[in-house]
Write a protein that binds this ligand. Structure first.
Ligand code: SF4
Ligand code: SF4
Length: 264
């Protein structure tokens, strides 16, 4: 974190999981995320079409998903700093930590290609594949959803479950950045570690409900993406004025709650 004090963005003990590209869960995501959410096969085929490449081996794809736990000092600072605004380290992690996360996906794909001749893509880094859609149907509450979701890839790969706040609860805690990409190579799947319920590890302790300054998390309705989004985008002027970077951030519901550092 060179823009602050040189601290690491992430704890080094990342988690990694694997899931077969043909796993039926990716078709189910079309129901839960939106019909536009890509299956791994669709993502690879669409990519090949865009690049006018011959598409081979779509039957043996693997989705690789990983979790980068946010550094403990950043979590501490985001808790102690304010009940309303994100701390400087949290905002830097959201901007530059996420840039590093995107670079990590590109780097790993390059390494796999150069070292092992394995082809792969990171859908969220491809502007022609990654789109954010506004959902008008009542079932989707008029909110946004994207064509590829890292957290859903993490769930598919057995790394954890969602929580009341829609954050991703896992062995290293909900305060994270995560990533995923697809490779045309078969690896053993971790799907047997996938819990039965998408909310399996949330104990509904209500800590995140109390931490959210705008009431975007409730026991009755879970997570209100719209309310959260208004609050989060409203942090841009504050972050610009106080930390001199252009980004939105919040994460107050991810720190000092029972699932911040691991399973609750
Ligand atoms: S803080 Fe408690 S209620 Fe909120 S997501 Fe974590 S475990 Fe669930
Ligand atoms: S990110 Fe902030 S606004 Fe959104 S639910 Fe969490 S605490 Fe609330």
């Amino acid at each position: 974190m060179e823009g602050v004090d040189g601290q690491l963005f992430f704890e080094p003990n990342a988690l990694v999981g694997f899931c077969a590209g043909t796993d039926p869960i990716f078709l189910e995501y079309k129901k839960y995320v939106g019909p536009f959410h890509l299956t791994p096969i669709e993502a690879i085929e669409r990519y090949c079409k865009i690049k006018e490449m011959k598409c081979k081996n779509t039957k043996h794809l693997t989705v690789i998903a990983y979790i980068l736990p946010i550094h403990r000092e950043t979590k501490r600072q985001n808790f102690e700093y304010s009940r309303e605004w994100p701390s400087e380290k949290w905002a830097h992690t959201r901007l530059f930590g996420e840039k590093a996360n995107v670079e990590l996906q590109r780097y790993l794909l390059e390494e796999l290609k150069n070292e092992f001749g394995i082809f792969g893509i990171a859908p969220s880094t491809e502007p022609k594949l990654f789109k954010v859609h506004r959902m008008h149907a009542e079932a989707y509450q008029g909110v946004w959803a994207s064509t590829w979701s890292h957290r859903h890839a993490c769930f598919a790969a057995g790394l954890g479950s969602f929580g009341l706040s829609d954050g991703f609860i896992n062995e290293r805690g909900k305060a994270l950045r995560c990533g995923s990409f697809i490779i045309a190579h078969e690896l053993p799947s971790d799907s047997s570690k996938r819990p039965a319920s998408p909310y399996q590890y949330c104990n509904r302790c209500g800590d995140c409900v109390k931490r959210c300054p705008v009431g975007a998390i409730t026991f009755e309705n879970g997570y209100d993406k719209q309310k959260c989004s208004i609050k989060v985008t409203g942090t841009i002027p504050y972050i610009k004025e106080h930390y001199n970077i252009n980004i939105y951030a919040c994460g107050l519901c991810q720190v000092n709650v029972s699932c911040s550092d691991g399973f609750p």
